[in-house]
Design a protein around this ligand. Structure first.
Ligand code: GSH
Length: 217
């Protein structure tokens, strides 16, 4: 059985859930937090990061590695363009989203707006947050604005680039950060359409139900 170790609102785990759902592949989601000591999880994730993944063949971690494995295991529909140049562009945008963009959105905006005050019980670093929002993020949004190509980022089809980029903005939205549509209309429109697609809509409904259940506790 495909087993994903992760948390429903982890953006990296979300890439894997979305890939499995897009392909109609069955899976079991096992809820663990980063650095959980559960042995079954740690055999998939040596570094303790989520997501981890196992089936009868492999125990692996890193969302990019897992998504690539799943695409070979379930080739249709593929989340990697066939054309070599488009494939390279999709892989670059995935890498960019998972690293630099997430440094600003997840480890920046979400960390300062939500994780520090509610989970860590630490004060928000308002100067850092302002710097990220007004100085660091705008050039990245300009960059993405120029990459939007109709409903998708690369090759006129849904790819790993879309799964990685959109998922980064999902967590930012949970921290009430929205892309300003008057300044970045193509990007804002692209995100809105992707988030309204059946694939994202179904996943986000599960996440919303989860978030409501934990905030009511
Ligand atoms: N490159 C990894 C990043 C995974 C990652 O950073 N996950 C976060 C949770 S969303 C985590 O486990 N953080 C703990 C840590 O960095 O030690 C991937 O794509 O799976």
């Amino acid at each position: 059985m495909n087993t994903v170790y992760g948390n429903i609102i982890s953006p990296y785990a979300r890439k894997v859930y979305l890939t499995l759902e897009l392909k109609g592949a069955p899976f079991e989601a096992r809820d663990v937090l980063p650095h959980d000591t559960e042995p079954a999880f740690r055999t998939t994730s040596w570094l303790g990061k989520i997501p981890g993944f196992e089936d009868e063949e492999v125990r692996i971690s890193d969302s990019s590695v897992i998504c690539d494995y799943l695409d070979h295991k379930y080739p249709t529909p593929s989340i990697y363009p066939d054309d070599a140049a488009e494939r390279a562009q999709a892989l670059w945008l995935e890498e960019y989203a998972d690293t630099h963009l997430q440094d600003l959105l997840l480890r920046g905006v979400v960390m300062e707006r939500v994780i520090k005050p509610t989970v860590r019980k630490e004060p928000t670093d308002e100067a850092r947050l302002a710097r990220i929002q007004s100085r660091d993020l705008p050039p990245e949004l300009d960059y993405l604005e120029a990459r939007v190509d109709g409903p998708f980022l690369v090759g006129g089809q849904l790819s790993i680039a879309d799964l990685a980029v959109v998922t980064a903005f999902v967590n930012a939205r949970y921290a009430s950060y929205e892309v300003d549509a008057s300044r970045w209309p193509a990007l804002a429109g692209y995100l809105m359409r992707q988030l309204a697609s059946p694939l994202f809509e179904q996943r986000l409904a599960l996440e919303t139900a989860y978030l409501e259940s934990v905030t009511q506790r």
